[in-house]
Each structure stands twice: as structure tokens, then as C-alpha cells.
Ligand binder design. Structure first.
Ligand SMILES: *Cc1c(COP(=O)(O)O)cnc(C)c1O
Length: 407
């Protein structure tokens, strides 16, 4: 097999141009796959500081691998996946104070957010008819899945500005609500900064105005409830606040489950039922999500993670992550680097005079952090695949690179 050296210095397989007439022996294919994967990072190797996903807990990985053939789209063949989906829904409903949870398992936060907005659009159309674009108020920190969603569903985004700590400004959200607003989207832990919007301050008032609220807790869903239990002063996220009618949570972010595992919870069954597509086949379940053939392994593995960790396991994880974050912040402070905000969750952001240069210099040393382009922030995501020493090395490397530029 021929290998080339890619620009990153790792071996790359020669581009394949055709489907060969004769297949290769398994050993040869394995070697090609190994070459393809040689450039991949390993979460545990101390180089990954940009990822809100991590390696799954071992039990969830084991369950996933053993369930590769399970098609959630065919529950006559695989009733296990439907049962796992329902059980995950009830566990998540319990976590977010919605006892009779009604929901849909999804491929992740993007699909869950899409379905939440679609349910809101259907409600809006029943009241306002087929014409016009339903206005949806979102914070300037909302995830970029909403850009896709607004385009796909022909929704008019109305953007509310951010306040202190990159949380959305509640007063601006309320100002932007109009009598025909279809939905307000709040974020419990934004992807860029981890900021937790003040859901109670907005949702109760929005409910009085007759406008429902969707909470995007894709990132914060497995952190905020447990951090609050540990005494962290973070805004509540869940259904105990009137006005919250749907919530997105991603077991594949901080839930210990492998990709793909997302969930959308609805307060009202009729919102979910509005999304129903009847199956053409007798005995095969109707669809509520976007995907047809889809892995059942995701929900079986999410089930395993939730059952195995329990509330105590997630609380311990949150305690470890916040300790790691605080050690990292202290190390940065020692080097004279101040965070751009006091982080609500596990996402640390700081400014740099030359963020692109810093990102590239770190990448040259194999260290992957991100640059949040909308905010001009260097972004470091603390996750359970990291050790304190690895974060310390990152802080020291950043400090050395900045010192060199000054000198
Ligand atoms: C990750 C994320 C999403 C999108 O979820 P996917 O699982 O990547 O589709 C949406 N919102 C927030 C806040 C996220 O962090």
C-alpha cells in the first residue's frame, strides 16, 4: 500500500478514485484503515481541548458495539430499541422535572432542536395560517444548528443580545417578543462559552404573554442539574418553570453515551403527536423524528450510561470537571491570563492579540483548542478525558507562546 505524508505530517492513504473490480484481503483493508486513522486524535492523549464530546463510558461502548445491527426503524425486529428509548425518555423527564415525559430520541441536538422548532411552527400555522414566516426569538449565543433550522423551516430569527457572562439579556428577549412570536429559544449552556441563560426570568413572563419557550440543554443538560446539587449558583433548567414546553438534551455530550444520542422532551403529548408520520407498513412504528433507518445502539448505550452512572455518578463527574476547570483557571491566572468571563460550566474562554496565530502555534504542537469566531475567544472545553497535568501543560504552552510573541 502506498502512503503519502499529509500536510499535518501524518501518513495519509492515497486518494481512492474508483471502486475496484476485485476486493482487497481483509488485512490490506485493515492496514488502509489504520493509515486513515493514524492522524486521528485519541481523547486520552492530552491533545483534545476543543471537544464537547468525549469517549463513552466503557459499558456504554460495550453495549453499542454489541448492538450494531439494531435498527430503531424496525421495532418488529428490534423491540429493545423502542423500550430503551422510552426508558431513557422517562429517566430524562425525571431529571428535568417532567414526570410524564413525552419525547423523541434523536441523532443529537441538531435534530432535537429542529423538531422543537417544527412543533412550534405547526402550532403557529394552526393559528396564523399558511402565509408568513413564524418569528422565533433566540439569543445571540444560540447554537448554529438554529441557522440551519431557520433556513429549512423558513422561520424568521429574531436575535436577542447577550448580557454579562455571555448569557442572553432577559430584558432584551422580552422586548423582542411580539404577539405572534412562535417560540423563544433559551440555551442551558451554550456551546461557545457554556453560559446558562436565565430560564426562570424569561419563561414565566413569556408564558404570561402566551409565548412558549424551548430550552436547548444539549451541552448543559448533564452538567447543570448536578452542579446545582453541588451548590453551584447556576440558573435552573427544566420543566418546573411554566412556559418551558420542550427541552433538548444530548447524552452524547456530557452523558457518557456514544454518538448518536440526543433527546427532545415535550411537555405536551400533542406537540409530539403533531410530528407523527404514519408508517406504510403494518406493525412498524410511526416516526416522529427526521431519520428513518437509524441505529438502535445509540439509545441502548444511552440507557446503559444512565443506568450505570445514576444521579450520583453524574454528580461525581460534575464535581471532577469543575475541579479540573478551576485548576486550569488557576494555572492560567498564574501566567497572567484572565478568562474573558467567569465560566458557568466547563468552557473556558480568553482573548489573545493574535488568536489565529495562537491556534496555529498550538496545533503545530499537536494541541487542539478552538477559536469561537463570533466572539473572538480562544475556547478550551474541559472534559472527562483530560487529566489535570494535561490542562496544566496546555496553560503553560499558551503562556510560553504569548511570552515569546511579546519578547
Ligand atoms: C452540540 C450542541 C447542539 C447540536 O447538537 P448535535 O448533537 O451536534 O447535533 C445544539 N445546541 C447546543 C447548545 C450544543 O452544544
Amino acid at each position: 500500500m502506498t502512503t503519502l505524508l499529509s500536510s499535518s505530517g501524518s501518513p495519509a492513504v492515497e486518494p481512492i478514485a474508483r471502486l475496484a473490480e476485485h476486493g482487497l484481503p481483509a488485512e490490506a483493508v485493515r492496514a488502509e484503515i489504520a493509515a486513515l486513522r493514524a492522524g486521528d486524535h485519541d481523547y486520552r492523549d492530552g491533545t483534545v481541548f476543543n471537544s464537547i464530546c468525549s469517549s463513552p463510558v466503557p459499558l456504554a461502548a460495550e453495549v453499542f458495539t454489541a448492538a450494531l445491527e439494531v435498527n430503531r426503524g424496525d421495532d418488529r425486529l428490534f423491540p429493545s430499541a423502542r423500550q430503551a428509548e422510552a426508558a431513557v425518555g422517562r429517566m430524562l423527564g425525571d431529571l428535568f422535572d417532567l414526570p410524564d415525559a413525552c419525547g423523541v430520541a434523536t441523532s443529537g441536538g441538531t435534530e432535537a432542536n429542529l423538531l422543537a422548532v417544527q412543533a412550534a411552527v405547526l402550532r403557529w400555522r394552526r393559528r396564523h395560517g399558511d402565509r408568513g414566516r413564524p418569528p422565533v426569538v433566540l439569543g445571540a449565543g444560540a447554537h448554529f444548528s438554529f441557522e440551519k433550522i431557520c433556513r429549512l423551516l423558513a422561520v424568521e430569527p429574531v436575535v436577542a443580545r447577550l448580557g454579562p457572562g455571555y448569557r442572553v439579556d432577559p430584558a432584551d428577549v422580552l422586548r423582542k417578543i411580539r404577539p405572534d412570536t412562535a417560540l423563544v429559544v433559551l440555551t442551558a449552556g451554550t456551546s461557545e462559552t457554556g453560559a446558562g441563560d436565565e430560564i426562570e426570568a424569561v419563561a414565566a413572563r413569556a408564558a404570561e404573554l402566551g409565548v412558549p419557550v424551548h430550552v436547548d440543554a444539549a451541552t448543559g443538560g448533564f452538567l447543570i442539574p448536578f452542579a446545582r446539587r453541588l451548590g453551584h449558583d447556576l440558573p435552573y433548567c427544566g420543566f418546573a418553570v411554566p412556559g418551558v414546553i420542550s427541552l433538548t438534551v444530548d447524552p452524547h455530550k456530557y452523558g457518557g453515551a456514544p454518538i448518536p444520542a440526543g433527546y427532545l422532551l415535550f411537555r405536551h403529548a400533542e406537540d409530539r403527536d403533531a410530528l407523527r408520520t404514519a408508517s406504510h407498513y403494518r406493525g412498524t412504528a410511526d416516526h416522529f423524528g427526521l431519520l428513518g433507518t437509524r441505529p438502535g445502539a445509540g439509545m441502548l448505550a444511552a440507557y446503559a450510561a444512565l443506568r450505570h452512572l445514576g444521579r450520583a455518578g453524574y454528580t461525581a463527574q460534575a464535581a471532577e470537571l469543575f475541579a479540573l476547570r478551576d485548576e486550569f483557571l488557576a494555572r492560567l491566572a498564574d501566567a497572567g491570563i484572565a478568562p474573558a468571563y467567569r465560566p458557568d460550566l466547563t468552557v473556558v474562554g480568553f482573548r489573545d492579540p493574535d488568536p489565529e496565530g495562537l491556534l496555529a502555534a498550538l496545533a503545530e504542537r499537536g494541541l487542539i483548542v478552538s477559536l469561537a469566531r463570533r466572539l473572538g475567544l480562544i475556547r478550551v472545553v474541559v472534559h472527562r478525558h483530560q487529566r489535570a497535568g494535561q490542562l496544566a501543560r496546555l496553560a503553560d504552552t499558551v503562556a510560553a507562546l504569548r511570552g515569546r510573541r511579546k519578547g
